[in-house]
Write a protein that binds this ligand. Sequence first.
Ligand code: G3P
Length: 214
Amino acid sequence: MKLFADTAIISEIEEVSEWGIISGVTTNPSLIAKSGITLLKAIEKIVNLIDGPISAEVAEGKSEDMIKEAKVYAKMHKNIVVKIPMTLEGVKAVKALSSLGIKTNVTLVFSTSQAMMAATAGATYVSPFMGRVDDFTNTTDSGFKLVKDIKDIFKTYGFKTEIIAASIRHIDHVDQAMKAGADIATIPYKVLKIMEKHPLTDKGLSIFREASKN
Ligand code: G3P
């Protein structure tokens, strides 16, 4: 499973890019608002930090408007993936963009039928939202089941669309994304930062430190 950073904050992307294991970035309007810069400025900076797919989201609306906006982002850099909301207009836009060779990431996916529609339209990626599904159902495994079901269905029907597990809130979601077979997990900075941690690693290090003093 590839690891993407789910943030538009440049200092965070700078930091995680140095680890050498982050192979893409996803943004959305909420993340752009938090970053304090415009989407266009963010794209300009992020493409120089991570050499991999960078998702830039269009405003929800009519397919022709989304296509127009998508073309602007796609022209900016070869790594741009246009994020399109999961609506019928979005599906129409994905179909048109995929025939132009523009990569798309269909976002706000909460069901297998939505994922199948997006994949049929030619989406490069679909983004099921694990955390929000868990919140909605008040469970801890609905996000896992959603990703796993989409994975199984894509395999059954031979869809090439990759699954980006999104709306990841904690390490258990990362674990579930791997077990469900997500191709990618897009992970917020605060979760990326704690993924290396385990109390037994700290304890082991302290035992080794003590031992090396003797
Ligand atoms: O990748 C989508 C993600 O940013 C949404 O996360 O926590 O707002 O559900 P959240």
